[in-house]
Design a protein around this ligand. Structure first.
Ligand SMILES: O=P(O)(O)OC[C@H]1O[C@H](OP(=O)(O)OP(=O)(O)O)[C@H](O)[C@@H]1O
Ligand code: HPA
Length: 183
C-alpha cells in the first residue's frame, strides 16, 4: 500500500502485527534483564510515544517511567546542537536507566541524550530503539542493547515517526520510495 505525504511517496514496510510481535519479545528480554532492579524507562519525545505505550504494556516488573524532550537554545531542530533534556523529573543517580527511542538514524540525538543522562551518574544506561539505521549512524554506541528492526537508510514515517509533522498516527511503518524505484 502506498501513501503520499506532502509530495513524498511511501510504501508500507513494517505492519503493526510485526511491530507488536517484536515488542512482545523485547518486553520479555527487559523483564528478565531488569528483574528486581527497579529500572527507569525514559522515552524521548515526540517520536517514541506509540512505541513507549506498547512496550510499557509488556513490562511486568517494578519500574518507573519518564519522558524527555531535547531542546536547543538556538531553536534548531537538527539535533546537531542540544543543550537540555526537558521534563526529566526523576533523580537518576545510581539508577538503572533504559532510554527508549523510536529511531536511531545518524545517532546525533542519542549521543546528546546519553551525554545529558550520564551527567546524572546513573548506575547503568542501556538503549532500546524500535528502529536502527546502521548505514546512517555517525557515532558508535556500545549500549544499544534492544533493537526492534534494523532498516535501510530510507526515510520512514508512521507509528510515531513523522514527515513534516504528519504521519505519526499511522499504525504501520512506511518507507519512502526512492525516485529511481517509483516506476
Ligand atoms: O539519530 P538521529 O538522526 O538524531 O534521529 C533520530 C531522532 O530523530 C527523531 O526525533 P526529532 O528530533 O525529529 O523529533 P521528534 O521525535 O519530535 O520527531 C527521532 O524521534 C529520534 O529522536
Ligand atoms: O527516517 C526518519 N523518519 C522520521 N523521523 C526521523 N528522524 C530521524 N530519522 C527519521
Amino acid at each position: 500500500m502506498k501513501i503520499t505525504i506532502n509530495q513524498r511517496v511511501f510504501e508500507r514496510a513494517i505492519d503493526y502485527n510485526q511491530i507488536k510481535k517484536r515488542i512482545r519479545l523485547i518486553g520479555i528480554q527487559l523483564n528478565v534483564a531488569y528483574e528486581n532492579q527497579y529500572p527507569v524507562f525514559i522515552g524521548v519525545l515526540n517520536g517514541c510515544f506509540m512505541f513507549m505505550a506498547d512496550l510499557m504494556k509488556q513490562i511486568h516488573i517494578t519500574s518507573e517511567i519518564s519522558f524527555v524532550k531535547l531542546a536547543s537554545y538556538d531553536g534548531s531542530n537538527r539535533r546537531e546542537h542540544v543543550d537540555e533534556l526537558i521534563g526529566l523529573e526523576i533523580d537518576l543517580k545510581g539508577r538503572e536507566v533504559v532510554v527508549v527511542e523510536d529511531i536511531v538514524d545518524t545517532g546525533n540525538s542519542l549521543k546528546h541524550t546519553l551525554e545529558l543522562i550520564e551527567a546524572q551518574k546513573p548506575a547503568s544506561i542501556s538503549v532500546c530503539t524500535l528502529l536502527l539505521k546502521p548505514a546512517a549512524l555517525r557515532h558508535s554506541f556500545s549500549n544499544i542493547a534492544y533493537v526492534g528492526f534494523e532498516i535501510s537508510d530510507d526515510f520512514v514515517v508512521g507509528y510515531g515517526l513523522d514527515y513534516q509533522g504528519l504521519g505519526r498516527t499511522l499504525p504501520d511503518i512506511y518507507k519512502e520510495i526512492r525516485t529511481e524505484d517509483k516506476g
